[in-house]
Each structure stands twice: as C-alpha cells, then as structure tokens.
Design a protein around this ligand. Structure first.
Ligand code: NAP
Length: 292
C-alpha cells in the first residue's frame, strides 16, 4: 500500500473483513468499531460517529451475514443490510467522505455458467441476497460516488467460515458431505482487504466492482482442497442440493453458480490471485500463528 488514505472508518470492525482491513491499515489512523460501539441501524449513532472521526474513507463491512437467520427474520435483514447501509451512505455523503460498501455474490440467481460481471442483472434467490441488493440500490442513490464491492465466499482469521468448519468437521473424524452444484469464488479476507485499499488508492470512480480471488470452485472442490492443503486425510463425499433437501436440509436457496469476474478492478490494475494460492497462503499463515 503506497498511499494509504489519511483516515479510515470501518463499520463491522470485528467481522472477518473488518479485522483484515484493520490489520492491514496498521498505523494508518483508523477506527474499527463493532456493533456495540456503532450499530448501523441507528442513524443518529452513525451520523455522530462519522461526524466525530471525520474519516476520508468509510468501508462499510457491517452486515447480517447469517443467511439462515436472514431467511427467518427478513425484516431484521432489511434493517441491517439495506437501511443500515443507507444510513452509512447518507452520513458519508453529508460529511464528504468516500465510501466503499461491501456486497455479495448472492445478489445473483446463478443461472449463468460464466463468471458474473459488474453489469449483469441481479436477481436474488434468498432474503440475505434481497436485503443486500436493496442495500446496493439505497447506497447508490444516497451516495452516487460510493464504490459497491461485491465479493464471495469470504474466509478470514477468527471467522466461523467454511474453511474453519470444514477443518473442524474433518478433525473430528469426518466424513464430510459437500455439494457439487453450488459454485462460486472462495475469497481470503486479507486479499480482499488489500484489493479494497488498492481501489481506494487508485481513486476508483463510484459504481459496482467485483473483488474475489480468481477462479471458481464447488463446495466439494473447495473442501477437498482445504483438507489436501491441511494434510488431513478425511473423506469428502460428493452430494447435490436436491439430495440434501430430500434428506431434510431446509436452508435458504443459494445461487447454483455465482463466480465473479473482477472486470472493473482489473482495468484499474487491481487483481487478486487464484483462490488455491490464496487458500494455501492463508492456511500456512494460520498454521504458523497456531504453532508460534
Ligand atoms: N462472509 C462471506 O462469505 C461473504 C460473502 C460475500 C459478501 N460478504 C459481505 O462482506 C461484508 C463483510 O462480511 P464478513 O465476512 O466480514 O461478515 P462477518 O464476519 O459476519 O462480519 C460482519 C460484522 O457486522 C457486524 N454487525 C451485524 N449487525 C450489525 C449492526 N447492526 N451494526 C454494526 N455491525 C453489525 C457483525 O457483528 P456480530 O457478529 O456481533 O453480529 C460482524 O462483526 C458484508 O457486507 C457481507 O455481506 C460476505
């Protein structure tokens, strides 16, 4: 990072992406409040926090990311992921702060079989995706200069993410059962954080950007690669969404294919490495941290 922005406020500062950003910013003046210090559903609190800290850039990483809970509580999902994002966007516009608002691959329905570009039509299949797509629209209306960054299948240190769950399940004996018909782009939170700051430093214009590690994988391929890299010999059985549903799984509908093409960022020279490379580096770092 050559020219870090002078002052950065991160909402959702204790989440996977928030923590990765805060780590990367290091000594650059920044604040990374969690939901207790800065609840994005409270517009007065948001205005006050942004007014007090006077950030040059806000990265809005706070969200209700539990998709099953969003399905059960769609009003809460809307309050946090749509109205909350709008609160942040309005406050940034009023304070003259730049904004990066994080969104998701789950705004797409997954009918394509080639990576989604930034201009592809959104059509969410679940309440989480609905709330995030509404958030995108509200952010763009309240702050036309905002960058809306869609990413996918994020894992980072300390998060209750797919990588941690697959490792825990395999270590407790396995076998794992993973679907082959849900495909997206696994993305390391540290790589995403670096790419977000690179976009900020490039003074990218407002609009939608996709930032995901390069390439795509099914849940089954992803789990196999996690265990291979971690040196764990547990079996990973392949299944399908239809088989899981027939066996009683009742979770939210997911896009069958939602890999992202980072077209706009690449045009600005901001690229992310292939997902396998990022995963190998992440597992190596976390192993070193655990051993150290
Ligand atoms: N995780 C993924 O696979 C994924 C994929 C695509 C896009 N994204 C997007 O990437 C962004 C960051 O996600 P993440 O992976 O870092 O998720 P995360 O680890 O769940 O972090 C989100 C943070 O937001 C906080 N939060 C929830 N409600 C809040 C509120 N009302 N006010 C303030 N903070 C609140 C959460 O706190 P609590 O935990 O205490 O509730 C959590 O610390 C989100 O916009 C998400 O939609 C994530």
């Amino acid at each position: 990072m050559t020219h870090p922005p002078a002052r950065v406020l991160i909402t959702g500062g204790q989440g996977q992406v928030g923590r990765a950003l805060a780590r990367l910013l290091g000594r650059t003046p920044h604040e990374a409040p969690g939901p207790r210090e800065l609840d994005v559903t409270e517009s007065g609190t948001v205005d006050a926090a942004i007014g007090r800290f006077a950030p040059d850039v806000v990265v809005h990483a706070a969200a209700l990311t539990d998709t099953a809970r969003c399905e059960r509580e769609p009003e809460l999902a809307h309050r946090v992921n749509a109205a909350g994002a709008e609160n942040v966007a309005r406050a940034c516009a009023a304070a003259g702060a730049r904004l990066v608002a994080i969104s998701t691959n789950e705004v797409f329905d997954g009918e394509r079989r080639a990576p989604y570009g930034e201009d592809d039509a959104t059509h969410p299949l679940n309440a989480y995706g609905e709330s995030k797509a509404a958030g995108e629209r509200l952010v763009a209306a309240a702050h036309p200069g905002a960058m809306i960054v869609r990413t996918s299948w994020v894992y980072g240190a300390g998060g209750a993410n797919f990588v941690a769950k697959a490792l825990a399940a395999a270590r407790s004996g396995g076998p794992l059962r993973m679907v082959t018909d849900e495909v997206a782009s696994p993305t390391c939170a540290d790589d995403l954080a670096a790419a977000i700051l690179a976009l900020v430093n490039a003074r990218a214009a407002g609009g939608v950007y996709h930032l995901a590690n390069d390439g795509e994988a099914s849940r089954h391929e992803w789990a196999c690669e996690i265990l291979r890299l971690a040196g764990i010999g547990a079996r990973v059985d392949a299944t399908t969404t239809a088989e899981l549903r027939a066996a009683g799984y009742a979770g939210p509908r997911k896009p069958p294919y939602s890999a992202l093409a980072n077209e706009r960022a690449r045009a600005l020279g901001v690229t992310l490495r292939p997902w396998r490379e990022a995963l190998a580096a992440y597992l190596q770092r976390t192993r070193v941290a655990a051993d150290g």
